[in-house]
Design a protein around this ligand. Sequence first.
Ligand SMILES: [Zn+2]
Length: 502
Amino acid sequence: MADAGSIDTLVWCPTSGERRGLHWADGSIRERAQGAPTIGLPEGACAVPGLIDGHLHLILGGLGLEMLDLASCTSRAEVERRVRARHATLEPGRWLLAQGWNEDRWGGEQPTAAWFDGLGDRNVVAWRMDHHACVVSRTVMARLDLSSTPGGGEIVRDAAGSPTGLLREAAAWHIAKPAIPAPSVDGRRRALDAAVRHLHALGVTGVGSMEYGVDLEHVLAPCRHDLPLRMAVTLLDRDWPLDVTQGVSFERTDRLWVVGYKSFIDGTLGSRTARMHAPYADEPSTRGLWTELAAEGLLRDWAEHVLANGLSPSMHAIGDAALTAALDALERDERRVGRIEHAQTARAEDIARCAGRIISMQPLHKADDAPSAPSRLGASRMDRFFRFRDFARAGARLVFGSDWPIVTCCPMAGMRAAITGIDRIGAVVVPEQSLTPTEALTAYTHEAARALGFPAGCGTLQAGAPADLTILDRDPRSADWVHAPPRVLMTIVGGEIVHRSS
Ligand SMILES: [Zn+2]
């Protein structure tokens, strides 16, 4: 039995309890698997259900592994130096694509095209860490039609009224993005492979991924039977009226299926485009933006159309007013399959409406947004920020993920943020909302599997479940999550070892 195996270490599953040792054969967990070779593991190792990242962008993440990473830049000079260094290594004609910048890391100065002057005819596009804004070089600006602003977007202008090169929301997505040469199908397949390897090394055995229909058809569907992880696709195609044919007719396998469609209600807190009930504390002229269908009053029609076709509407809602709108749109979702993504701020009256609803959150967004949240929201609204505990208490079904490539897709880093409340600069933020290791692990396994339509048993380690396992170097219940979070030793998908740490 080539694909049978067995481990004799501690096994801990939040839904089926603790035991010693586990066996599998033919890809599934068994009470006993005759002749299964025992895989040796260090003393103290602990097997948990395979970790599921409930919200990421797999192909984009894979492509991003090749982009210039500006996430750690703390000054304009550093951004310019790194861009120059990359420029020097790129062949002529190639676009220089970067991501990860965050003006909060250098005092708030907004980047402009001038930051990329002196690079000849190189085209540069640098995405903000949340991918809700980008700044482009003058060479790119010359290619774009900046004469009119699309609804739900902003072309940032200087005092004289000229575009600076910074584009926000719909302006970034609908003006800048289409100008960037699309990677070939082969390039996207390579990105998929790179992304999967990256996730395996982090202990991830399954994902909920946001993808375009064209990639589902050309990049993903050809590997629907042998994809080395499980993947629930939420389609990003958002034309209205929405044609759901592709999602409804997709032939599912136990590795790849379509769970629903995605819509954006608002933007992000960092760029003050998340839609709030009251104005931003540090910019009282704005309450943020309604985007896309929400801006046109069509969100509810859209959600009901997706539901009527047996699929899950997934709604990006970061501001507290966006959460209200998402809940309104799901009023007739009796099966409770709609997913509210992010839910970074919430009023008490909306928390109560979340009972039984899928709330898909990203703990590392809390760590990233926490340093600027008090200025955006004002001290009096910080009790609305990342209410993990309140959602759990209200009976919401918490699903955790990363939103990679916007932040790292390391589930141990996400669990640490959810358990400790520690943000990216080391401060502990709204610790009363922190969760226990058991709750955080449940959100990364069992609840993610349920919410995303994984094969039966996924997210647990009971007999009959697919043998998807993540083996950690220590028990997450007793680990010191501040100083020494668990590390991934091995990742197993369907009984096959796909990663072994060296
Ligand atoms: Zn996302």
